[in-house]
Structure formats: C-alpha cells, structure tokens
Design a protein around this ligand. Structure first.
Ligand code: FES
Length: 213
C-alpha cells in the first residue's frame, strides 16, 4: 500500500476502507497478470510515473512477458498520445522491463579494449554498457578483473540498474543478490551464478575476448 493510502487509512478510515474494498472486490473475472497489464495502460494514459513503476514490475512478476508489457504501453497511445507513451518507454527501459531490440552483431566488438585496468577501483562494482551486451566489472586486485554479463540469471533484468552493495549487486526486479567476487547468487542461495565473460589483460588494458550471450 502506498504511503498516501496508509496516511488516508488513518486520517479518513471510513473513506479509505471503502476505497480499498472497491479495489479488492470490484474486479473479479480478470487474472492477476491481465489486471496489472491494464493498470499499465491506465498509468500511461494518466501519465503517472509512480504508478507505472509500481505496476509494471508486478505485471512481470505475475507472468507477463516484456513483449506484453510493451504492448500494454502502446495500447495507451490512442488516449495518452505519443509523448506519454515515449515517456513511459523511457521509464520501462530504465527498469529493464521492455524486450531487447536487435543490436549490432555480437562479434562486431569482440576482442575490443574495455578499459584501463588501473582506472577501475578495487573491489567496487563498475558497469559498462556495450552494444553486444552490458557488463559488470569487479577488480579484485591489481592484476585481476572479473567480468560478468549484466543479465540477471533469473529473468534477464539488467543488473547495471541493480542496487550496488559494494561487494554485492542486488537485482531490482526480484531482489536476487549476487556476490561479485564469485558471481554466486547469495540471496536466495539457489546455486545460480552470473555468467562469466572471457577477457584478458594486456599491457594494463582489459580486452573482451567473447561477447556475452
Ligand atoms: S530478474 Fe528476477 S531477480 Fe533479477
């Protein structure tokens, strides 16, 4: 429940109870995924970023695909107009809730220089956005940099938008948390790991050997 509704429940308990009861009981035939997708349409139409940020992840969690979420955003177009739809797409892209579009060939930037190793802080998460796939970089010591695909092994959310906990990164979609020194998922401890991307260091420069898949 939003902070505003929590406040209203205390300030105007009778009104809030009726309102919450309406939300709870008015829709009975639609399944959860459909309800959340329709919520996306209404939030885009009204132009409420907060509502969009609230309901779009719920739609994904309820089983909606990223393609269906994009469809829901576009369904708002006749009522919302182009600007609101484009604003919503920006938000959804930032939250990594939209399908990926074709990138240039994964091999096009393989074997390329990523960065100067000395520029990377020790034992801190660094993110790198690349056409062939975004990366997580973690320099463990002067000569070792661990490089992972930024795709969350759960539902492929982009961990570049995750929460940086220093030696760990937390996915914003379902909160899986990964140890950057090992790549292992710690929360929950489910045996999943980040995908390691092959790199090498030459003359103090970090080079990509293969594009993340
Ligand atoms: S996509 Fe579900 S935890 Fe990352």
């Amino acid at each position: 429940m939003s902070k505003a509704l929590t406040y209203l429940a205390k300030a105007r308990p009778e009104a809030a109870t009726s309102l919450l009861s309406f939300y709870k009981h008015s829709v009975q035939a639609l399944d959860e995924k459909t309800r959340h997708l329709i919520q996306i349409v209404t939030k885009v139409t009204v132009g409420t970023e907060r509502g969009l940020r609230q309901y779009a992840p719920k739609a994904l969690k309820a089983g909606a695909s990223r393609e269906e979420i994009l469809d829901a955003v576009l369904m708002a177009f006749p009522a919302a107009g182009l600007n609101k739809v484009l604003d919503a797409i920006d938000i959804m892209r930032e939250m990594d809730l939209l399908p990926e579009v074709a990138q240039e060939s994964p091999t096009a930037d393989s074997s390329l220089r990523l960065c100067t190793v000395a520029d990377l802080p020790l034992q801190r998460l660094q993110t790198l956005q690349r056409p062939s796939g975004d990366l997580l970089l973690y320099r463990t010591d002067n000569d070792t940099v661990l490089v992972y695909s930024a795709r969350c092994p759960h539902s492929k959310a982009n961990l570049c938008h995750g929460t940086d906990h220093g030696t760990q990164v937390e996915c914003r979609v379902h909160n899986w948390t990964f140890d950057l020194a090992s790549g292992a998922c710690l929360q929950p401890a489910n045996g999943k790991t980040l995908q390691v991307v092959a790199t090498e260091i030459r003359d103090g420069q970090l080079y990509l050997l293969s594009a993340p898949t």
